[in-house]
Every structure is written in C-alpha cells, then in structure tokens.
Design a protein around this ligand. Structure first.
Ligand SMILES: N[C@@H](CCC(=O)N[C@@H](CS)C(=O)NCC(=O)O)C(=O)O
Length: 283
C-alpha cells in the first residue's frame, strides 16, 4: 500500500513535470507565432519609409523610455525622416524601441543605430577625438546598464502608483501595474542589483550621475563643441533624471549640484527637439 502510493505520487510528479514543460514550450511557440504575425503586418511598409515603433508619448518629456528618446534623437541628428507607431510597441525581441526599414525589422536602439549607419553611410562622429569618443561610450554604457536600475527602482518599484502621471495608461494596464512591479522586482533580483536595499541602489546610481557630470565638465557636449553619436544615448538617459523622475534624488542632483547635466540636456533639446513641447502628451 505504502509502496503503491509512492509510485502514484511519483507518476503524478512526472506527469506534472511533463505538463509543465509542454505548457511552457506551447506558450513560447504561441508568443513567437504572435510576433511573426505582427511582423508580417509591417512587411508591406514602403521601402523608403522608416517606422519607429515605440511607447506612446509621455507627459513630462516626449518619451519616458531612455532608449526610445536616444533613438529618436539620433534619427533627428542623422536627419533620417521617420514615422511613429505606438500600437505595436514591443518588437521581435520583446522590447522597445524597434524599427521597420527597407524590408527589415531591427530591434535594440544601439543595433538599430549601427544598422542605419551602415545602410545609409552615416558617420556623425567625424569631428570627435578618440579620447572623447571613449569617454562618451563609457558614460553611455554606464547609464544604459547601471543607472537604468536606479531609474527602474524609483519609477517602477517605489513609485509605481505615479506611473499614470508620467503617461496615459490604458485602464487594463493600470490594474496590472502592481503585477508589473512584482515582475520587475524579480528581474532585479535575477540581475543581482535587486539584492541591495533601495538606499544602496540609489547611492550607486546617483554616483553614475556624478561621474557623467564630471566627465562632461564644462564641455558643451560629449562630442566637444558638437554632439557625437553617444550624446543621443547620454541625453536619453540624463533627460529622464532631469524631467522624467519627479521628486527623485536624481532630479534634485540635476537641478542643483550637477546642474551642468540639466544645461547639457537643454542644449541637446534646443538642437534636436524644437518641437519638444508639441511632442509631450498634454492630455
Ligand atoms: N538594449 C535595449 C533595451 C531596451 C529596453 O530595455 N526597453 C525597455 C523600455 S525602456 C523595455 O522594452 N522593457 C520591457 C521589458 O523589458 O519587458 C535597447 O537599447 O533598445
């Protein structure tokens, strides 16, 4: 009898395991099928048109995504005309922004920039020294891979209820915000950064802003007198601290001790975003 029940529970366990893996695989295939159908819809885009798929406009600045603001700034810097799509927001890699151009669907802001540079023979770094480019690259990677966690902690963990003040959120999404916050926390734990306390995360990422400010010094741009390509990403990230994280220590720093960062953002804005106000969600 005892032996039988052990066998039964072992059979149940195996069955459960098989069902779990089959279910997981089926979900993965379904997600891929959905992405493929969505991409097919964009296959007919006229070849000369660049579609920038991104999140809808936000209230304190045109995009609450540092990566989307970076890419849109680059398109303006490289004078590449584009159209926005805010319906199919998530791309082939499950992230935004992504583009459709000349029959290709490309994801990841940096890979998109490299793809366009190659395709259109663009080089916006001609007037920048090797040393300045190296500093700009280091600051870009620090903002995109490290400072980002401070932004996420503030926006999606500690102030998730304030997200609707940042951008218009469909009612359905609003209900799901706490779940989203929980998933993000899980991801932060997987990354390792989530093991630290919020205070530690803020200290670590405020230090990133101090570093970017020190690297900029009194220069107009990271490229020198003219912006270089990585200025787009640095602007995309720092602009979030200046305008997109109201009430945060990041905002306080940029408006006070590190005010060269705010002044830098104002210069980038003036140069590439004459329509800044118009591009903000005024609803
Ligand atoms: N390395 C990517 C990062 C893109 C990224 O993380 N985008 C965020 C929005 S700012 C996103 O799509 N998050 C959704 C998710 O990760 O599920 C890039 O440069 O485009």
């Amino acid at each position: 009898m005892g032996c039988c029940s052990v066998e039964l529970s072992l059979t149940n366990l195996i069955l459960f395991g098989v069902l779990y893996f089959v279910g997981k695989k089926a979900l993965k295939l379904f997600k891929q099928w959905k992405i493929d159908r969505m991409l097919e819809k964009w296959d007919d885009t006229p070849k000369d048109k660049l579609i920038l798929h991104t999140v809808w406009r936000s209230k304190p600045l045109p995009s609450a995504s540092p990566f989307a603001l970076k890419l849109e700034t680059y398109l303006r810097m490289a004078k590449i005309p584009y159209e926005l799509d805010t319906k199919d927001v998530m791309g082939p890699k499950g992230k935004l922004p992504w583009i459709t151009y000349k029959g290709a669907h490309v994801a990841d802001s940096q890979l998109i920039i490299e793809f366009l540079n190659k395709k259109l023979g663009i080089s916006v770094n001609k007037n920048t020294s090797k040393e300045q480019l190296a500093i700009a690259r280091a600051c870009r990677v620090m903002l995109e891979e490290h400072f980002l966690w401070g932004l996420i902690q503030y926006r999606f963990i500690d102030n998730i209820k304030a997200v609707p003040q940042l951008m218009k959120i469909p009612a359905m999404f609003k209900l799901l915000l706490p779940l989203q916050s929980y998933r993000i926390k899980q991801r932060m734990n997987d990354n390792g950064i989530g093991k630290h306390t919020p205070t530690e995360i803020y200290q670590m990422t405020e230090a990133d802003l101090h570093t970017v400010s020190a690297a900029l010094e009194t220069k107009k741009f990271f490229g020198g007198d003219e912006p270089c390509e990585d200025d787009c990403a640095i602007f995309g990230g720092v602009a979030q601290a200046v305008w997109g994280l109201p009430g945060s220590s990041f905002e306080r720093l940029c408006h006070g001790e590190l005010k060269n960062l705010k002044e830098y953002c104002e210069r980038m804005k003036e140069l590439y975003w004459p329509d800044w106000e118009k591009c903000m969600d005024k609803s």
